[in-house]
Structure formats: C-alpha cells, structure tokens
Design a protein around this ligand. Structure first.
Ligand SMILES: [Zn+2]
Length: 206
C-alpha cells in the first residue's frame, strides 16, 4: 500500500475522482481527454470558477465565511507582496494536502514529469491550460495559513492567469515539512539554514 493512502481522506474530498493511486484529484487540476490528471497543470476554467464563486480549489465546494486557507512556501505566505497561483481551500482539505505533500500540495513543482508526458493530441480542443512550472525548486517548508479575504491581481502578462493576494496579517499560521507539522522555531531554523532571514518577511508571525 502506498504510504500516502494511510492519511484519511477528509469528508469534502471523498467525492472527488481518484487517480490510479487512489488519491483524490484536486478540482482545479487539468485532465486530458483520457481522463488522466496532470498535476502541474491547472484547468483555467475551473480556477476561474473557484476564484469567482469562492470555492475550495481542492474539492470544489463553497468555502465557509472567514475560513480561507492557503498552502504555499514562505515567499508566498510571508513576503510583503507574496501571492499565490493555486487557489485557496478548506481547512480540512488543506490539512490533507500538507500531509500527502509533495504529491498533492506541492504539485506545482514536484510532478513535472507528468506535464512532460502530456501528449498534445490528448488535450481538449478548447482547453485553456496553465502549466505552472516556473518555480525552480520546492519550498523549504510549507506555511498553512488562514485569512478572511483576498484580492485578485492580473499580472497583465497576456496569460489571463490571475494571482491571489491574501489579506494579511494571517489569522492562523501552521508550519509543515515532509507531511509533518513543525514548530515556528523549527521553521525559523530551516529558513536560517537556507539563508532566508525571517526579519525580511513582513508577515512572519511575531
Ligand atoms: Zn475543500
């Protein structure tokens, strides 16, 4: 049995289709004509629906008021203008995501091979997809954070892709590494080891 399958799938994700490993396929992930999910690629129509209707990017169901959770690296979470490409989510869906990381939470950089295996003849004729492979490496740890609001930013790069700017300071902050919760002190140590000064991070919790 794959070890990731030992993490219980939360209620909201139980209706999602599963991949060949039995793991739920996030709502916003692009699937080709064969139904194969490509975890590095967002289905732009699904992302737009999630952003405009305030849905969870993982299960596709409505968020609860003031319960807007994000999973991302320290740059997205704590830099003064840190933003996200992947949408917000429920607490339960996000907590599942950070535990099965990197397969799920870290999909935007960990599974590049899947994008390379996407054959263009399997792509829907009218599909608009974004292949988010610009991140050079995985985050040094994950921040799992809650806010109560956000803005959408159009980078004016012609892609049509919107960036999500959460309202900060964060209401809640958790730190995760390799599928395990770590303390803020442990996260700070990892940051120091990677020459990232937390004093330069505007939204780092004090
Ligand atoms: Zn959800």
């Amino acid at each position: 049995m794959h070890p990731l399958q030992n993490v219980p799938i939360p209620f909201d994700l139980q209706d999602n289709d599963r991949d060949r490993r039995g793991l739920p396929i996030p709502f916003v992930v692009y699937r080709d004509l064969e139904g194969v999910p490509h975890f590095t690629i967002n289905n732009v129509a699904a992302v737009d629906e999630v952003l405009s209707r305030g849905l969870c990017g993982l299960c596709g169901k409505p968020l609860e008021p003031d319960q807007i959770w994000f999973v991302g690296g320290p740059g997205s979470a704590f830099l003064v203008d840190g933003m996200y490409i992947d949408p917000f989510m429920h607490e339960g869906c996000g907590r599942y995501a950070v535990q099965v990381c990197p397969f799920f939470a870290a999909r935007s950089y960990s599974k590049r091979i899947e994008a390379r295996t996407l054959k263009m003849e399997d792509v829907h004729e009218d599909a608009v997809i974004h292949d988010n492979q610009m991140k050079p490496s995985r985050p040094i740890f994950f921040a799992f954070t809650r806010t109560t609001g956000f803005s959408l930013i159009d980078p004016q790069d012609g892609s049509g892709q919107q960036y999500i700017l959460p309202d900060r300071p964060w209401k809640e902050v958790e730190f995760w590494d390799n599928g395990t919760a770590i303390t803020q002190a442990q996260a700070e140590k990892i940051a120091q080891d990677n020459r990232l000064r937390t004093s330069s991070l505007k939204w780092w919790p004090v």
